[in-house]
Ligand binder design. Structure first.
Ligand code: AMP
Ligand code: AMP
Length: 333
């Protein structure tokens, strides 16, 4: 039986399955009953839809390869994903490094990326900071503070009253800059890094606050949240491209030393400051939904391929090449 490409029905599944069909694969989406029509009727990218959180037996029977997404990992949890038997595109060893802020920081520091400074002691806060509760994702529960007193007042509302409770949060320097999320693809087969596209997020309420006049904002007592609603395509100033590419190259190189490699799609999430420095908050070691505006390719994939190549399509091209060269084992874990 031929190989099937499968993914969890959310996040970037439309793009992944569309790309897989473009390379001639059979496709499976699995997930909640309500979204079946999205993947089979409105956008007919799934040959089969299975109503299940993770239909392991069926996926094994159908010779499926799972393409992980943020939704899939968030949904199943790192432990289950590590144990699953269905072949997984990418290096599962990366999951631990990415989900633990301390390990993630070690990786990115070793790659010589500029990261936000960390304050161990809130009483040393001497500029704007962003406070991130551990495990909180997508900015929920984050708050901003500008002094020790401001920190303790806001932290108190979360039940953090003394230094003993600080293990619950990380206090980062708040870096003023514009958000930039470059999307990469590292081909393990060809040993080559590709810049796929770049996005910025459209977040509620971070992108809504600027619509309220400053005078009114003061009275409203709003906090900032970063709940993603969509993604906006971005093209970078050309003189910044080498910075972004070299950062990606170093992350891949260090991953080889630390965890046996990072391959397939990944994204560095950060801001560019007014000094044109790329400061990175986080790495996402799989396809990010910010690639979704580029179903028909991006300016960068057009420059390389002269045809529309999305990240979803690029994944399928890698699988196709691996099948042809009988090297699937090298890219699945
Ligand atoms: P969902 O399947 O939409 O519930 O998303 C699962 C995870 O992926 C959440 O952690 C989201 O924050 C993240 N995510 C989903 N869609 C996007 C997007 N368009 N841009 C950035 N992150 C996203
Ligand atoms: P994260 O959940 O870490 O991806 O952060 C969500 C959002 O918070 C990002 O998209 C940024 O806009 C903002 N953010 C996170 N960390 C920082 C930081 N150190 N300085 C400024 N903004 C940040």
């Amino acid at each position: 039986m031929g190989t099937t490409v499968a993914t969890y029905a959310s996040h970037s599944a439309l793009q992944i399955l569309h790309g897989a069909k473009g390379e001639g694969f059979q496709t499976i989406a699995f997930g909640k009953a309500r979204v079946r029509p999205l993947y089979t009727k409105y956008f007919p990218v799934a040959d089969t839809f299975i109503e299940s959180d993770y239909p392991e037996d069926e996926l094994l029977e159908r010779n499926a390869i799972i393409i992980p997404t943020g939704s899939f990992v968030a949904h199943l949890g790192v432990e289950l994903v590590e144990k699953m038997k269905v072949p997984y595109y990418g290096n599962k060893a990366v999951l631990r490094w990415e989900s633990d802020r301390t390990l993630e920081r070690k990786w990115l520091e070793k790659a010589k990326l500029r990261l936000p400074m960390i304050y161990r002691d809130p009483d040393e806060i001497d500029g704007p900071v962003i406070v991130k509760p551990h495990g909180a994702r997508g900015g929920r529960g984050y708050f901003l503070a500008r002094s020790p007193a401001d920190f303790w007042e806001k932290a108190g509302r979360l039940g953090i009253r003394d230094k003993e409770d600080l293990s619950e949060v990380q206090i980062q320097e708040y870096v003023v800059g514009v958000p930039v999320y470059p999307h990469y693809f590292y081909s393990k087969l060809n040993r080559e890094l590709e810049l796929m596209s770049v996005d910025r997020r459209y977040e509620s309420n971070a992108d809504a606050i600027g619509r309220i006049p400053a005078g009114e904002q003061l009275g409203l007592g709003l906090g900032t949240n970063y709940t993603v609603v969509g993604n906006i395509p971005l093209v970078l100033r050309e003189s910044l491209l080498m910075d972004v590419i070299e950062a990606g190259e170093r992350v891949v190189k260090v991953a080889e030393e630390l965890m046996g490699g990072l391959w397939g799609p990944f994204c560095l999430e950060g801001v560019f400051t007014e000094e044109l420095e790329f400061v990175v908050f986080e790495i996402s070691a799989r396809i990010v939904a910010g690639t979704n505006p580029f179903v028909h390719g991006s300016p960068y994939t057009w420059l390389r391929y002269d045809e529309p190549v999305s990240t979803g399509r690029r994944i399928a091209m890698e699988l196709r090449q691996a099948l042809e060269e009988e090297r699937l084992g090298e890219i699945l874990t």
